[in-house]
Design a protein around this ligand. Structure first.
Ligand SMILES: Cc1ncc(COP(=O)(O)O)c(C=O)c1O
Length: 368
C-alpha cells in the first residue's frame, strides 16, 4: 500500500523525548520556550507562541488580535473546518468569500464587497502549502483597518516574494498535527511581530493568567498549552524542514512533469511569486477525464494507492454555519473544487518506485 501520509520520526526525536521525560519537567517548560524561539527564527518573525494544536492557535490568535463577539471575520469555505470553527469559538461570525480556481486560496478580488461594518479581520488560508496572495491582502487590510491573520497550518516553509510564511500580517497560525510537513503529534504555533499579540496569546493559552502574577486572571482564557516532550520532537523536526520540503517539492515536480497534457486532469499551479511546500499535491479531475473524481479515488485504492479528498464539502453547507443563511450555489468555485480535487501521496518517504507506480496507474486511468 502506498500511503498518503507517513510521519518521519528519527533518532533525534526519540532522544529529545527521552531527555524531557527524564528531566522531570514534562508539561510546558524550557524546551517549549526553545522551540518557540527556533520556530520564530524559521519564520522570520519576532515572536512565537506554542499551543496544543492548530485550532487553538487560531482561536488564541483571533482573541489576541482583538476579535470578539459581534465581529465578523472573512475567510474561505474551501478549507479544513477548524479555520471557521475558530471564528465561532471566539463568538464571531465567519463571512465566506470564494476561492481562486487556480491557487485554491481566497479570491482577493471578491473581498472588498464582502467587508461589512462589523468586519474585524481577514483569515486567509494557505491551502495545501501555497501562500495566499499576501500583497493584496496586506493592502486590503490596511485600507479597511482590518487585522490580518493567516491560517498557515499547512504551509510551514513556504515563501511569498522571498518572505517566509509566518512573517507577515498580524499573526500566522500553524498546525503540527501528525500529518503535517513537520509534526509534534498534536501541536500548534502562532507567529507574530506584535508584542501585544504575543503577550495576549500567551495569557489566553494559560487561563487568562497574568504573566507576572500567578493566580491573577486578566480575562477569560483556556488551557491551550503544549508539552515539553512535544516541543522536543518539534525542535528535531524543525532542523529537517528543508530536507522534508525539498523531497515534497521534488515529488510534486515529478508528478507535474508526468501529467503534462492529459485531458481532464489539471495539475496544481504555483503562482510565480510564491514557493509551495506541497503539504498536499492536489489534482483536479474534470469532466474531460474518462472517470469522475470519486471513481478515480476508488480505482487507485484498488491498486493499493491511497489518495485523499481535501475537502469533499464546502463549509457553508455544514450545520454550524446554517445561521449564515447560505445554500448550494453561493460559492460556485469552492463547490466545484470539492467535486474535483484529489490529493496524491507526496510525502518525503515516497520511493522512486512508489511515485512511478502512482503515475503509471493514473495514466492508465486516463486512457480508459
Ligand atoms: C487549514 C487548516 N486549518 C486548521 C487546522 C487545524 O489544526 P489542528 O488539527 O492541529 O487543530 C488544520 C489542520 O488540521 C488545517 O489544515
Amino acid at each position: 500500500m502506498i500511503k498518503i501520509v507517513q510521519p518521519i520520526i528519527e533518532a533525534e526525536e526519540v532522544d529529545g523525548v527521552v531527555a524531557v521525560l527524564k528531566s522531570g519537567i514534562i508539561a510546558q517548560g524550557p524546551v517549549t520556550k526553545e522551540f518557540e524561539e527556533n520556530f520564530a527564527k524559521q519564520c522570520g518573525s519576532k515572536f512565537a507562541v506554542a499551543t496544543s494544536n492548530g485550532t487553538t492557535a487560531l482561536h488564541a490568535a483571533l482573541y489576541a488580535a482583538g476579535v470578539s463577539a459581534g465581529d465578523s471575520v472573512i475567510t474561505t469555505p474551501f478549507t479544513f473546518v477548524a479555520t471557521a470553527n475558530a471564528i465561532l469559538m471566539q463568538g464571531a461570525k465567519p463571512i465566506f468569500v470564494d476561492v481562486d480556481e487556480e491557487t485554491f486560496c481566497i479570491n482577493t478580488k471578491l473581498i472588498n464587497k464582502a467587508i461589512r461594518e462589523d468586519t474585524k479581520a481577514l483569515l486567509p488560508v494557505d491551502l495545501y502549502g501555497q501562500p495566499s496572495e499576501v500583497q493584496e491582502l496586506e493592502s486590503i487590510a490596511k485600507k479597511h483597518s482590518l487585522k490580518l491573520i493567516f491560517d498557515s497550518c499547512q504551509a510551514i516553509g513556504a515563501t511569498y516574494n522571498d518572505r517566509p510564511v509566518g512573517s507577515f500580517g498580524d499573526a500566522s497560525c500553524f498546525s503540527l498535527y501528525a500529518t503535517k510537513n513537520i509534526t509534534t503529534g498534536e501541536g500548534g504555533m502562532i507567529t507574530t511581530n506584535s508584542e501585544k499579540i504575543f503577550e495576549l496569546a500567551k495569557q489566553f493559552r494559560h487561563h487568562g493568567q497574568s504573566e507576572s502574577q500567578r493566580y491573577e486572571y486578566l480575562d477569560l482564557g483556556y488551557n491551550y498549552r503544549t508539552t515539553d516532550f512535544a516541543s522536543a520532537i518539534g525542535n528535531a523536526q524543525l532542523k529537517k524542514l528543508e530536507r522534508f520540503t525539498k523531497a515534497r517539492q521534488e515529488n510534486a515536480a515529478y508528478y507535474t512533469k508526468s501529467f503534462n497534457n492529459i485531458p481532464g486532469l489539471i495539475t496544481p499551479r504555483v503562482a510565480p511569486n510564491r514557493t509551495h511546500v506541497f503539504h498536499q499535491y492536489t489534482l483536479r479531475i474534470t469532466e474531460d477525464f474518462p472517470i469522475d473524481r470519486d471513481q478515480f479515488v476508488e480505482r487507485l485504492k484498488a491498486k493499493e494507492i491511497m489518495v485523499g479528498v481535501y475537502y469533499p464539502k464546502p463549509l457553508h453547507l455544514f450545520p454550524q454555519f446554517k445561521s449564515l443563511g447560505h445554500r448550494e450555489g453561493d460559492f460556485p468555485v469552492a463547490e466545484k473544487l470539492c467535486k474535483e480535487v484529489v490529493s496524491l501521496p507526496v510525502h518525503p518517504l515516497l520511493s522512486e518506485t512508489d511515485r512511478q507506480k502512482v503515475v503509471e496507474e493514473i495514466i492508465n486511468l486516463s486512457k480508459e
